[in-house]
Structure formats: structure tokens, C-alpha cells
Design a protein around this ligand. Structure first.
Ligand SMILES: [Cu+2]
Length: 527
């Protein structure tokens, strides 16, 4: 670590900056450019959006120079897309970036070799149920001046999705540069709950960065100039909707916060604290409620004082400020302040609700699964003990596809994590439920393929007991998920959402195959 640090410019100490001097920005709502024929039914017209990835500069703090970013539109996060369940839309994703990258590409990484263009983008809508050709397959990138037209049918429950770059081998750099934004799907179930809405419902998009002393993005590099990839990046600047230490004026009432962890690698532990006096002598944890997770509403609100959220995950929170009139609260990540809430002292009437029942999430019985796959999460280290590559199931990206679930079938995927890290594992196309996690002894499994458990299975946290698309696979645990493969056939991917891991091979293709081919496929692959 010492040598790695020695090669790095020193990052700006953001804690020396004045706190809570910038208002929390709210990303603008995307405006459609009219209507186009639906690819599913040319007689129908659907809203058409054109969103360009382009260079921009924005001030992340009042006292800093503008930071150079790449963004969708003119801000980070990009424009918020919004629609209703069952109402499709088209997005033309344009690559309007320069031909040179401003962050350190590692030409030894798959897909980023010297003969590949430096600047490539392909956009994945995380959590969307789309056909493969609109899913943003990592090889489907386009170069500056080109674009892709993607169709989103939105036949799925109300949820917060998000869009971000997914280009093979440089996705960590493109997202770090700022290529991310959010997408809200609404539906009647959500409407009927009378949750806080309008100006009382806000996205909180979190991503951490390192900045240079002139406030430019600093992406760390390894000591090896031929191979600058680093296994993870943790920034001391935690941006919320694009600002550092922002404040939000709130009324003493309920708010709904749609939280997205858009960081490359950081797992957040968020808490809200209040202080009765300016001296901060007694900081009290404020209880809030989690009402939804990645793929929508939970069965019922979960009271929390701390939220753990990994890259790619979303949490839908209701925070009630009514008992904090005239006070200042802060959202913290561990000991670091992230955003300040200034609660006004006026009396207000809050007609919104926090119902005891939200949306039923029927548990999928394990007996419904037609197949169980044991899948390892693997880390390879060099002689110095530093990670050099990560794999899923000991397989490289380019090796033949081994996971071929049948459309309409349900499978259990058991993620075996012998590494010292939590890996947030994301499957494209599908939503799933977490069955359990169980501690095991990695050495016996590695050497003898024997599973020796060190404790009983643990159920998912209450805040995870809904439909998920990303699951934290903890160190030295087996994490079991049950996955109905619904929607479409074709080639998708599953990967770790620590973007440095994903870029360095912790990603694999999988293919949903048609049900009619089920018998034929089974017999031909049986060994
Ligand atoms: Cu990982």
C-alpha cells in the first residue's frame, strides 16, 4: 500500500471545506423529444428520449473550482427518467464524448486492449426487464459520434432503476467520470399508498470521489504503469446528487428518499442523527423506515437506525421530521457527515401516510427451483498479496457460457465467497429473493469441495425481504438467492457491482434459453 500511495498525487482533504454551504441539487426530469413507433407494435407511438453522454464541468462545492466530468445531459446524476408500469419508452443513448479518455485506462484488461478505442460507451438500465439488444451488453459499445436506440417496455413493478455505463474493461472509469442517472417506474399499488410525493419525494444519489487540489477527479493507479488497475477505490468526497456536504431545507413532516449507491466500491452505513443543542453534546440516532429495496416496495415498513447499502443497491426510505421542528439533522456514513437536513420550525399539515402494509411479496418456495448452481467468487493475488484479478466460478469473461437457465423456470444460485470482501452481485434482466446466508469454512471447500458450515443459515435482513436485483455476498459466507427467469430469452450478464472487480473479469455472460428447447438442451449437456 505504501508504494501505491507514493505514486499518487495527494488527494484534497475535503474535510477542511466549509460544510453545508450548498443546497442539495435535485436532478431535473428528462423531457421527451416527441413520440416514435414502438418496436413491439409499430401502430403504437411511445415517448422518445435522446440522452447524450458529454463532457461537462460542475462545482461540487461552493469553494472549489468546477470539476471536469462526463455526464448524461448537463448534470450528474443525469436527467431523471420517469414512467408508469406498462408504459414503454425509447431512449437514444448518444456518445458525444471526446476521443481521448481523461482517466487511466489499463490496456492489459479484457476489452480495453491497445487496439480498442479509448472512449466507448454502452448504457445499461440497472433493474430493467428488457430484451438483450436493449440491455447494454458490455461488448455493445459505441464510439464518439455514434448512438444506440434502446427500448424499455417497463412491464414491471414500481421501482427506482438507474442507468449507467457498462462498457467492457473501462466501465469503472466511465461511471467514475459521471455517467449515471436514475429512472422511476410508478404504478397503481404505489399510488394507493399515499406516500410522500412531489417535492416531498427526493432521490439521494451517493457516490464517492477523490479530488486533486484543483478539484479535478483523481482516479488512483497501481505502482505498475503498464497496468494501472487498482482493486477498489474509496473517495473521501461523498457527493450527494453531485454536491459535497449539501444541505436540504425540509418541513417538519414525512419525506420519501430514494437512495442509490452509485459508488464504484464503497458500501455505506447510513444513519441520521440529531443534536438537541449546537454543542452536539448528545447525538441521537433518528429512527426512519425502509419501505422498498432494489425492485420495489417491501411487504411492510422496516424501522431502522442504520442502513447498509452496497454499490448498485437502492433503498426507499421514509423519514419523519415532524418531531424535529427547528432542528438540524445530519445523514452520516459511519463517522462522516454526508448531508444536512434543516427542519423548519413552522407547523405544517402532513396528509401523506406510512401504511403498515405496502405490497405483498409472496415467498418463492425452494421446491419451485428446477436447478441449484454453486458459483464461486474468486480473487487472485500476486506475490505481494495484492489482488490482480477476480473471477466468477473461476471462469474468464470470454469462456463459453455455462449458466443457461430456461425461460420461465426458477433456479437457486448459491454464491460461495471465500474472499475477504463483500461482493454485491447483480443479475441483469431478473429480480430475485434472498433465501439465506450461512458462514462456512473456505479452506475445506477449496481443497476438497466439502461444505463445512460454521453456523446456521441466517435469513435476509428485513430490508432485503423484497424483490432484489443485487445481493451482498458477504465474506466467507454462502449466499443463496432464488431467481425466476422471466421476460426474455437471450444473452445477459451477471457480475460484481464493485466496478473495479467487474472490469477485471468479475463478470460472466449467462443465457436464458427458450422453454421449448428445454428437453433437448438438458439431454445434450448432461454429463
Ligand atoms: Cu467484487
Amino acid at each position: 500500500m505504501g508504494t501505491a500511495a507514493a505514486t499518487m498525487p495527494v488527494a484534497l482533504d475535503v474535510n477542511a471545506l466549509a460544510k453545508f454551504v450548498d443546497p442539495l441539487p435535485i436532478p431535473q426530469i428528462a423531457q421527451s423529444q416527441g413520440y416514435r413507433p414502438s418496436p413491439a407494435d409499430p401502430k403504437l407511438k411511445v415517448p422518445f428520449y435522446r440522452i447524450a453522454a458529454q463532457p461537462t464541468a460542475s462545482k461540487v462545492h461552493r469553494d472549489l473550482q468546477p470539476t471536469r466530468f462526463w455526464s448524461f445531459g448537463s448534470s450528474i446524476p443525469g436527467p431523471t427518467l420517469e414512467t408508469r408500469s406498462g408504459e414503454p419508452l425509447l431512449v437514444e443513448w448518444v456518445n458525444a464524448l471526446p476521443k481521448e479518455h481523461f482517466l487511466p485506462i489499463d490496456r492489459t484488461i479484457h476489452g480495453a486492449e491497445a487496439d480498442q478505442p479509448a472512449v466507448r460507451t454502452v448504457i445499461h438500465m440497472h433493474g430493467a426487464k428488457t430484451k438483450p439488444e436493449s440491455d447494454g451488453y458490455p461488448d455493445d459499445w459505441v464510439v464518439p459520434g455514434k448512438s444506440s436506440l434502446y427500448y424499455y417496455p417497463n412491464q414491471q413493478d414500481a421501482a427506482m432503476l438507474w442507468y449507467h455505463d457498462h462498457a467492457l474493461g473501462i466501465n469503472r472509469l466511465n461511471v467514475y467520470a459521471g455517467l449515471l442517472g436514475t429512472f422511476f417506474i410508478r404504478d397503481a399499488v404505489e399510488d394507493a399508498l399515499n406516500l410522500p410525493k412531489g417535492k416531498y419525494e427526493l432521490p439521494l444519489v451517493l457516490y464517492d470521489r477523490l479530488l486533486t487540489h484543483d478539484a479535478q477527479l483523481l482516479y488512483p493507479v497501481s505502482p505498475d504503469p503498464q497496468s494501472p488497475w487498482v482493486p477498489e477505490i474509496f473517495g473521501n468526497a461523498i457527493l450527494v446528487n453531485g454536491k459535497l456536504f449539501p444541505y436540504l431545507d425540509v418541513e417538519p413532516r414525512k419525506y420519501r428518499f430514494r437512495v442509490l449507491n452509485g459508488s464504484n466500491a464503497r458500501i455505506y452505513h447510513l444513519a441520521i442523527v440529531s443534536s438537541a443543542s449546537a454543542s452536539n453534546a448528545s447525538m441521537n440516532d433518528v429512527q426512519f423506515h425502509q419501505i422498498g429495496t432494489d425492485q420495489g416496495l417491501l411487504p411492510s415498513p422496516v424501522p431502522l437506525t442504520e442502513l447498509e447499502i452496497a454499490p448498485g443497491e437502492r433503498a426507499d426510505l421514509v423519514v419523519d421530521f415532524s418531531e424535529h421542528r427547528g432542528m438540524q439533522l445530519v445523514l452520516k456514513n459511519d463517522a462522516v457527515v454526508v448531508v444536512q437536513f434543516r427542519v423548519s420550525s413552522q407547523k405544517v399539515t402532513d396528509t401523506s401516510s406510512l401504511p403498515a402494509a405496502l405490497r405483498p411479496v409472496p415467498k418463492i418456495p425452494e421446491s419451485q427451483a428446477v436447478q441449484t448452481r454453486l458459483l464461486t467468487l474468486d480473487e487472485f493475488v500476486n506475490k505481494a498479496g495484492n489482488p490482480v484479478m477476480l473471477l466468477l466460478n473461476a471462469s474468464h469473461w470470454k469462456m463459453p457460457i455455462t449458466e443457461k437457465p430456461v425461460l420461465g423456470s426458477t433456479e437457486i444460485w448459491t454464491l460461495i465467497n471465500p474472499t475477504n470482501d463483500t461482493h454485491p452481485i447483480h443479475l441483469h434482466l431478473v429480480r430475485f429473493q434472498i433465501l439465506d446466508r450461512q458462514p462456512y469454512e473456505p479452506w475445506q471447500f477449496q481443497t476438497k469441495r466439502q461444505l463445512h458450515f460454521l453456523g446456521p443459515p441466517e435469513p435476509p435482513d428485513p430490508g432485503e425481504a423484497g424483490w432484489k436485483d443485487t445481493v451482498r455476498a458477504h465474506s466467507r459466507m454462502l449466499t443463496r438467492i432464488i431467481v425466476p427467469f422471466e421476460g426474455f430469452t437471450g444473452r445477459y450478464v451477471w457480475h460484481c457491482h464493485i466496478l473495479e472487480h467487474e472490469d477485471n473479469e468479475m463478470m460472466r455472460p449467462y443465457e436464458v434459453i427458450p422453454a421449448v428447447g428445454k428437453r433437448e438442451n438438458r439431454s445434450s449437456t448432461r454429463q
